[in-house]
Design a protein around this ligand. Sequence first.
Ligand code: ATP
Length: 250
Amino acid sequence: MAIIESNDLHLYYGKNEALKGITMGFDEGGITALIGPSGCGKSTYLRTLNRMNDLIPSVTITGNVSYKGKDIYSPRTDTVMLRKQIGMVFQQPNPFPFSIYDNVIYGLRLEGKHSKNELDQIVEESLIAAAVWDDVKDKLHKSALSLSGGQQQRVCIARVLAVKPDVILLDEPTSALDPVSSGKIENMLLGLKEQYTMIMVTHNMQQASRISDKTAFFLSGDLIEYDKTKNIFLNPKQQQTEDYITGKFG
Ligand SMILES: Nc1ncnc2c1ncn2[C@@H]1O[C@H](COP(=O)(O)OP(=O)(O)OP(=O)(O)O)[C@@H](O)[C@H]1O
């Protein structure tokens, strides 16, 4: 059974229909890449999966998204809890103007139920899992803003991991970074994919083919094709997918 899925999901910004009935599901574990030309609705779709679009007043949604079988758009959903279970990493690293340590424990401080020793341990484990521990272990109490962009992004990923999510949504997580930093993040994501279900928007087709297990191709608010990554890149079934991945448009 899919851990998270959408059914006939339509999303409108005012009158503009940005998602035109998306039905797809994500199995537990692994990385799914969402690809497609600019404006096709990839980021909009990603944000529907943990209700980040709630923050935009002009948005209306029909259809549903369910996480572990429950409708996340139900009025009973606790969105703070939902966004812990389904965490999000953005294109621009967005650490808070606090220390590295305080960034990582941000979500846990709000819960207020961990001892100092537990917090120390979670900070270390999360930074190790995000492959940034060696860079920051001697300056945990320095500002996260003093780090490089790539290190900041890995600290942001550690902040998501610290609250033990099931699903991690990544919106072009490496597009603001240089190739070396991007490579470190790709390797780190590969290391995490046994434990987490990851869904990643990317413009970078090499990145999608290197690290994702499944790929979904979006075009003008429609889901055109969704399959194992190697099928999408080597043997697409739809002409539009083939035209896009061979660079005929986009
Ligand atoms: N906050 C918003 N308000 C109004 N329209 C929006 C908003 N965000 C996105 N849109 C519109 O919705 C459509 C889909 O945009 P979206 O950002 O989801 O596409 P995308 O595939 O992620 O594009 P990109 O690759 O350029 O980030 C576009 O027509 C866009 O202009």
